[in-house]
Design a protein around this ligand. Structure first.
Ligand code: GLP
Length: 241
């Protein structure tokens, strides 16, 4: 595991975008695993800037996102589909036919998850998976104590996750209680993993996930077993080390 120290959020975003940019330049038809949340927003902004300047071409890439709320339609402004269009897909030349997220409108969880596993397999697996880190150490929506063997599955969100994500919704009652997420097995099969973490409120999670024991209680800790992980974290996120 490589830990890259960034000064602050902007520096983290520039460094993470540079890593993704080099992946796209080296393999223009790569499969990027993408993430939502506030952590990667700046990374996407830098990639969009690279595209606008003519330095980056996303026309050959395929993307598979980590997760999606169950029950939100694509035009709901809190769906991860909407987020991705707003921050990235709608601003670069990615082929919309080659951007995939779990189908949040599918009420049959088994069907939604089976279908998403099939999509990931059909695109040939993930070259580079981008991740944020939840306060409880979750990655994607893999909440504490999920088995590491899981592929895409439906999760009941932890109360702390509902609480953390309520800032994006009109009220806590509007936050979906379930989501579809890639499992740890899927994430671990990505050829490279890039984690972005920023802020003092993430310092304990960084310490537990990357410097603590490997345990399902802290889902991100499994990344210590992956052979190609880069963590770009800012000084505040590294402040408990
Ligand atoms: C959500 C997402 C995760 C994300 C996490 C942290 O739970 N499903 O993919 O990493 O939040 O979000 P943030 O970056 O906003 O702190």
């Amino acid at each position: 595991m490589r830990i890259i120290r960034a000064k602050d959020y902007d520096d983290m975003s520039r460094k993470a975008a540079a890593i993704i940019a080099s992946q796209v330049i080296m393999k223009p038809d790569c499969v990027l695993g993408l993430a939502t949340g506030s952590s990667p927003i700046g990374t996407y902004a830098n990639l969009v800037e690279g595209y606008r300047k003519g330095d980056l071409d996303f026309s050959g890439i395929t993307t598979v996102n980590l997760d999606e709320y169950k029950g939100l339609s694509r035009d709901n402004d809190q769906s991860y589909f909407y987020f991705m269009n707003h921050h990235f897909f709608g601003k670069v030349n990615v082929d919309p036919e080659r951007t995939f997220l779990p189908d949040g409108t599918e009420t049959d969880s088994d069907k939604a998850c089976r279908e998403y596993n099939r999509i990931i397999e059909n695109v040939g697996g993930i070259d580079l998976q981008l991740l944020g880190l939840g306060h409880n150490g979750h990655i994607g929506f893999n909440e504490p104590n999920t088995v590491f063997e899981a592929e895409t599955h439906c999760v009941d969100l932890a109360p702390s996750t509902v609480e953390a994500n309520k800032r994006f919704f009109a009220s806590v009652d509007d936050v979906p209680r379930q989501a579809y997420t890639m499992g740890i097995k899927t994430i671990m099969q990505a050829r490279k993993v890039l984690v972005v973490v920023s802020g003092r409120d993430k310092a304990a999670a960084v310490k537990a996930a990357f410097f603590g024991s490997i345990t399902p209680q802290v889902q991100g800790s499994v990344l210590q077993l992956h052979s190609d992980v880069t963590v770009v974290a800012d000084e505040e996120a590294l402040s408990e080390l």
